[in-house]
Design a protein. Structure first.
Lengths: 334, 173
């Protein structure tokens, strides 16, 4: 590896980070608009045309807000936790391909790295996410924060197992951990059809992993004020907020790559439309994000014991049985 | 090779500093964070050694699961001001220091022996040559399920026994 390679990696990483930051901002508008429609109102429509400048106005507001640090807060962890949350949310994106190997702009391909441990890397990085929440809760020096953080960690650890097990069946189907191979293997049929149970388990676990409704127990405001976010304000709160939306984008992208054919077109337009691959990817991710918002607008929050029951006694056994069945079928067929 | 060397030096230095930090930090939560930093540095070194599976396993198993449980216990119990260095158990300290020195001597001796003995296989050149599968997930899995099948199965049995033990202990109220 040369220093020029390092430079190209750094530039690509900066572009991806900036894009994810912007998309994270605008997915908040996407969500507010949609939730507004679900509840028979307009949603934000004052700042700019159709409220399009609302996220920028919010960002400016949060930048100028005073960042209050409670007396009991334990620095430096209190300050590091939101940065960790955002960094980890972005890091998983490094191996997700949004374009095929032969597509490039001035020789730059549509992924940062094509490593042959792609899925393992994603699992490794996403398992780090729990630290940001646990540390935020502990370092705030507030009982509600600590309780929220403990809930969140327990939830994330529980659902991580189901998440990993559901991704394993895709590995069994492709015999490869490389993301490009997985997308290439979905040429004839997307894995959502042979591995439909894995897809359902993955989506459920992904909603729980991102602490979104109906699994947003860590920030159940009736019981815990705002959970681990209680003592955060201003820009450090905004970092957690952005991390949540970027996490949504990341898990949707993983679902797209693993089950929905990645950058492959929904309708094959024939030869000459290869360049549209990233656009198809964005459309699929947006559909999954719509699902996230839909769930939030529709379902009430689960009780904590129901959440643990669902994770340990429904999703994990289901994923294990599904993995066994798929393995047996693949072994018999091949 | 320059990039790899720079990364190795940074990761190695971080690993050493954070390992010291685990022992010397006054608060158990900071010790756990130092352990996390140490695990990540070691994972980076594994990656530089072409041991990709070890890199992922280190992060998923140790940093992602075991250390989270440590952190769980530490934040829940919140032990304060319990500094091992100010501890009164003089005998225990002396024992720990001498045992640590003994292990360090063993490690240095083993490394010196490995580097100086003439019969050692030239691992570096076999790993870095093009087309080498050393350390990849495929090679790792192949070795685990053919050459080392018995130890692997025995380990899984041991883990199962530990799991059942944990459930039994948890049930007894």
């Amino acid at each position: 590896m040369q220093w020029t390679d390092v430079l190209s990696f750094v530039i690509k990483a900066l572009i991806v980070a900036a894009a994810l930051g912007g998309l994270g901002l605008y997915s908040s508008l996407f969500e507010r608009k949609l939730v507004g429609r679900f509840q028979n109102r307009y949603g934000p429509n004052r700042v700019g045309p159709f409220g399009l400048l609302q996220p920028l106005a919010d960002a400016v507001k949060l930048l100028f807000k005073e960042s209050i640090k409670p007396k009991e807060a334990k620095n430096p962890l209190y300050s590091i936790a939101p940065i960790m949350a955002l960094t980890i949310a972005m890091t998983a994106f490094a191996v997700i391909p949004i374009g095929p190997d032969n597509l490039n702009i001035f020789g730059a391909k549509f992924f940062i790295a094509d490593v042959n441990i792609g899925i393992l890397y994603i699992l490794a990085v996403s398992s780090m996410g729990v630290y940001a929440i646990a540390l935020a809760g502990w370092s705030s020096g507030n009982k509600y924060s600590l309780l929220g953080a403990i809930r969140a960690s327990a939830q994330i650890i529980s659902y991580e197992l189901a998440l990993g097990l559901s991704l394993l069946s895709v590995i069994v189907l492709t015999h490869s951990l490389r993301m490009q191979d997985i997308v290439a293997a979905q040429g004839t049929v997307w894995f959502v059809i042979p591995a439909i149970i894995s897809f359902i388990v993955y989506c459920t676990a992904a909603v729980a992993e991102t602490n979104r409704a109906p699994f947003d127990l860590p920030e159940a405001e009736q019981e815990l004020v705002a959970g681990y976010l209680t003592e955060y304000s201003g820009m450090s709160w905004a970092l957690f907020f952005a991390a949540e939306y970027i996490n949504m984008i990341t898990v949707s992208s993983i679902a797209t790559t693993m089950f929905l054919g990645g950058y492959r077109p929904i309708i094959d337009l024939g030869w000459g439309w290869d360049w549209a691959a990233p656009i198809w990817f964005v459309i699929k991710v947006s559909l999954l994000m719509f699902g996230f918002v839909w769930l939030r607008a529709t379902l009430p929050r689960l009780k904590y014991n129901r959440l643990m029951h669902l994770g340990w006694q429904v999703l994990i056994p289901l994923a294990v049985v599904n993995l066994a069945v798929i393995s047996i079928i693949v072994a018999v067929v091949s | 090779m320059v990039v790899e060397q720079v990364v190795l030096i940074i990761a190695g230095a971080l690993a050493l500093v954070s390992a010291l930090g685990v022992v010397l930090m006054p608060n158990a939560v900071y010790s756990a964070m130092m352990l996390l930093l140490n695990l990540i540095s070691l994972a980076t070194i594994f990656l530089l050694l072409h041991a990709q599976f070890m890199f992922a396993a280190q992060l998923v198993v140790y940093a992602g699961a075991i250390l989270v449980l440590f952190l769980f216990v530490v934040t829940l119990l919140n032990p304060q001001g319990e500094n091992i260095l100010r501890d009164k158990h003089r005998l225990q300290q002396a024992g720990a220091i001498s045992l640590g020195l003994f292990l360090a001597c063993l490690l240095v001796g083993g490394l010196l022996y490995a580097f100086t003995s003439a019969t050692q296989p030239d691992l570096a050149s076999t790993v870095t040559q093009a087309g080498s599968t050393y350390g990849t997930v495929e090679a790792f899995g192949q070795a685990l399920f053919t050459k080392f099948l018995l130890p692997f199965e025995l380990t899984s049995l041991l883990l199962l026994v530990a799991l059942i033990g944990a459930v039994v202990l948890g049930k007894r109220r």
